[in-house]
Design a protein around this ligand. Structure first.
Ligand code: CDP
Ligand code: MG
Length: 135
């Protein structure tokens, strides 16, 4: 099934000039960039995006991290895009992520893991509406 997934290239990766290298991994795996935006994230947007994590012990740190400098929000489209992007990104903790994944290659730690990707069709739709409200 052709799906869409919302990816964020997070502040630690944008700060280290990794946008091109990360997008190349997606494009090389048959995913099409169909929308993209570089933006500094407001607290309001960060809280809407991470609503499911409110109350977790890492939540305040997560909101500070995602709002500290610019992110790149990307909509990727392709066959099985949601599972495919999560596979390409690798596990949440870069030390546990498979070789060749974005987080293994570029992630610094669980709390600076370089990328986000939608985890379900419902969340993909919700996140795309949050980041690209005109669509
Ligand atoms: O991003 P992913 O779906 O792989 O992980 P998650 O468990 O849904 O957590 C969302 C994000 O919260 C992670 O990508 C990390 O940036 C952050 N996090 C953290 O800083 N510390 C944790 N113990 C767990 C998650
Ligand atoms: Mg998640």
């Amino acid at each position: 099934m052709i799906e869409r997934s919302l990816v964020l290239i997070k502040p630690d990766a944008v700060e280290r000039n990794l946008i091109g290298k990360i997008l190349t991994i997606y494009e090389d795996n048959n995913l099409k960039i169909i929308n993209m935006r570089l933006t500094k994230v407001s607290r309001e947007l960060a809280e809407a995006h991470y609503i499911e994590h409110k109350g977790r012990d890492y939540y305040e740190n997560l909101i500070s991290y995602i709002t500290r400098s610019a992110v790149v929000a990307v909509v990727l489209e392709g066959e099985g895009a949601i599972a495919l992007v999560r596979k390409l990104n690798g596990k949440t903790n870069p030390a546990e992520a498979e070789e060749g994944t974005v987080r293994r290659l570029y992630g610094l730690a669980t709390n600076q893991n370089s990328v986000h990707a939608s985890d379900s069709p419902e969340n993909a739709q919700r996140e795309i509406e949050i980041w690209f409200p005109e669509k």
